[in-house]
Design a protein around this ligand. Sequence first.
Ligand code: GLA
Length: 386
Amino acid sequence: MAFVPGEIVGHFREHFGSAETPLLYRAPGRVNLIGEHTDYNLGYVFPIALEMACYVAIAPAAHGKLRVYSRDFKKEASLAIADIASAEASKQWSDYVFGVAQELQKAGFPIAACDLYVVSEVPAGSGLSSSAALEIATAVALLGGRDFPKVELAKLGQRAESQFVGMPCGIMDQYAAVFGHAGAALKIDCRSLGHEYVELPSNVRIIAANSLVKHELGTSAYRERVAECQQAVAALRELDPKIESLRDVALDFFERVQDSVPLVPRRRARHIISDTQRVVDLAAAARRHDLSEMGRLFVASHRSMQYDYEISCAEIDFLVDTAIQIPGVYGARMTGGGFGGCTVNLVAPEAVDGFREHLAAAYNDRYQKTPAFYDCLPAEGAGAVV
Ligand code: GLA
């Protein structure tokens, strides 16, 4: 979506009939390159923050409320400041905003009456983390320059989503929205909550292809996967009480003992343990500019999600299987929570046009839909827009 941040001030005033000059904040979406569902198992993930972002314009108001308008949903919602502490989710987009306000208050940061105008470029339900972008953009807007440690900001966004909205997510999306860095991917250690920036080879483009399948199954299946991983941990703890999460399980140990884990949790664990290793391997391959190894890891990760974690779907498998046949494509895999959304593709720069044409035509023939493509350039994390 073409969006000019400067125009938001006019839209804000027009919508709220306000003479205030709002301040503007942004937080990016993300595309995860590898390490899927490993975050809540305290492993590694490897996302990049995107230029596509959620923007929040904010100005003080005298109506005693937190009032928010979403230009994308064309809807307004409001909550009395006095009711923030006791508010509950209403299964609306505004839950992300009110959840963040509640968590900020709990953290000792009072919220004053204000108007918020929200515009997002991150397509919802596409696996590019539109919710975390909204949470973190809201949080930085409501903080308005008050000091808040960055890692705590990511954790606060995650709490808003898991405790208020009710989606038991890991930390990756909010962390990427906070710590994103132009020119580099983020290798995040979801146990220590530290990260390193890894520059990606310049002779490859990262292209996301949107299947346009929305992950409706998302929350219930996500919850199920979280529980199945816990079952795997319980079985493995019988063998080694030091194991607290799947992060603690080495691949060779798992291979030796996997028969003592019931079948479904065993397959889930195999995905998590191997994908955590693939993050380490992908970061190393990126550092030595080994594009064919990066591509191989992408495809291995996809197969692991497809067969062991069982979070792919026919449309996504078709996009991956078709992409990897196209000359100049090093690898492809699904990105994000699963059951639809986007694939992420590693493509030689000179092959990008052909890749898009070929993939769009094949998807159209098979599913009568044209995938949307996004050029993914690593961008900065959340902050004020000057
Ligand atoms: C969603 C969650 C993340 C992560 C991914 C899968 O985006 O919000 O925490 O678990 O799915 O990798």
